[in-house]
Design a protein around this ligand. Structure first.
Ligand code: V1P
Ligand code: ZN
Length: 404
């Protein structure tokens, strides 16, 4: 299958294996989602795209379980000992709760294998970028942005985003093409604030002479909305804790394509100031219309400001090596639609949104539309022009600080 496109193709490394799909599909918050996603990518023929003038080629990479050493680059020894050893995993609920293994993050059969494989998947994606094998890497089973050094949180048991950023920072240092230290930008598009990732780099970047990592989370924030964190607010340059390399852009309910189109030049202003060599994008899709979270009203594609439009810009205009990770998304068939579409964008051959879902085992789950599109709904966008110009002004100042 070929899809016409006006953008240039880039080679894409796509991380998947039967083991990864099987184990990721057990994740309690997203049961069966991984299988649905990879099945739709396959059903649209993206695994067999031939190399061509207008589109890149997708190369599948299989992850091999990460070992203790890989994980301990970020996670604490105590946490790893607890979650990786099946004998201690059946410990009392007191000990499980010490490591966040309750409520949002219950212990589940297969957890040690899940943690090893998801970390390995995101690391395999970064390896392909560092070794110059690809321009874009995709790991839809990654993007666990709430996991902390020593505890699980918000459906996230492994800090694969942090491990991926650290791996790019270290691994890319050996790339012959880079004369200076590589800079890595982490951009998080999930509805929820990336507390695990932001916290990981908040302390490490403040003392560094020339910070190599910048994080920017665009998310919904409101009193009591998960995760509650002082880092999730708009930057306050007058605060003693102000850090221009750990940034947050909170958006109100109903955020739509219009709001994303309005803030996008600001996102690019920050990117241009930082001049990253690598960008890691957490592509959580719980902000799309039709998600059970029902907080934002973002659409998948078609127009300026849509998720697809943003990803197209990152993949084909930012001139950075790019890692696309998964994340949230609780309407599984819409998640499969979204990540399939984003895969085709990465390849430089966006599948037309009005395309019919191909016949495959999961076909009935795409009722009633049976098309690829995830259109926006009717929710009102509460992001006022007054607020959005405040965001613009604030980040314009921040970009100036980054440039210095
Ligand atoms: O609100 C909380 C808990 C309640 N505690 C006081 C905090 N947890 C949220 C967690 C959301 C995690 C989002 C993950 C991601 O960013 C992707 C990696 O999307 C929560 C929510 C909620 N609506 O915020 N937990 C649950 N809902 C939940 C629902 C049903 C069963 C178990 C948990
Ligand atoms: Zn989320």
């Amino acid at each position: 299958m070929s899809h016409s496109s006006e953008v240039s193709g880039r080679n894409v490394c796509y991380v998947v294996s039967n083991e990864l799909v099987k184990i990721s599909s057990l994740l309690p918050s997203n049961k069966g989602r991984s299988l649905l996603v990879h099945s739709l990518v396959k059903a649209f023929g993206l695994f067999s795209m031939p190399p061509g003038k207008h589109y890149g080629r997708l190369v599948v990479v299989k992850p091999f379980p990460a070992d203790y050493k890989d994980l301990s680059v970020y996670h604490s020894r105590d946490y790893l000992d607890h979650i990786l050893s099946p004998s201690t995993s059946s410990l009392t609920s007191d000990v499980n709760s010490e490591y966040g293994l309750e409520e949002d993050c219950p212990y589940f059969t297969g957890l040690p294998e899940y943690v090893r494989l998801v970390a390995a998947a995101s690391l395999a994606a970064t390896d392909a970028l560092c070794q110059g094998h690809t321009d874009i890497s995709i790991c839809w089973d990654g993007g666990r942005h709430h996991a902390h050094k020593s505890y699980a949180s918000g459906f996230c048991y492994v800090a694969d985003c942090v491990l991926a950023v650290l791996s790019l920072k270290r691994g890319a240092s050996s790339m012959l093409t880079l004369s200076s230290k590589p800079r890595v930008m982490y951009l998080d598009l999930d509805l929820h604030f990336s507390d695990g990732v932001s916290q990981a780099f908040a302390s490490s970047s403040s003392g560094a002479a020339v910070p190599q990592i910048l994080t920017l989370s665009i998310h919904h924030a409101a009193p009591g909305f998960f995760p509650v964190s002082p880092l999730s607010a708009l930057p306050d340059p007058s605060s003693p804790s102000f850090n221009p390399f750990v940034l947050s852009m909170p958006l109100a309910r109903g955020a739509s394509n219009t709001t994303f189109a309005r803030i996008w030049p600001t996102v690019e202003r920050v990117k241009d100031a930082f001049q990253p060599n690598f960008v890691v994008v957490q592509c959580g899709v719980d902000g799309l219309a039709g998600d059970p979270c029902a907080i934002w009203n973002w659409s998948l594609g078609g127009v300026e400001g849509s998720l697809g439009w943003c990803i197209e810009r990152i993949c084909h205009e930012w001139n950075c090596k790019t890692l696309l990770l998964g994340g949230g998304g609780y309407n599984s068939s819409n998640v499969a639609r979204a990540w399939t579409y984003l895969t085709s964008i990465a390849l430089g051959s966006p599948i037309p949104l009005e395309s019919d879902i191909p016949d495959h085992d999961a076909f009935p789950l795409y009722a009633p539309s049976f098309t690829l599109d995830v259109p926006s709904g009717t929710m009102q966008d509460q992001n006022t022009e007054k607020y959005l110009s405040e965001v613009e002004e604030c980040f314009s100042y921040v970009a100036g600080v980054i440039e210095k």
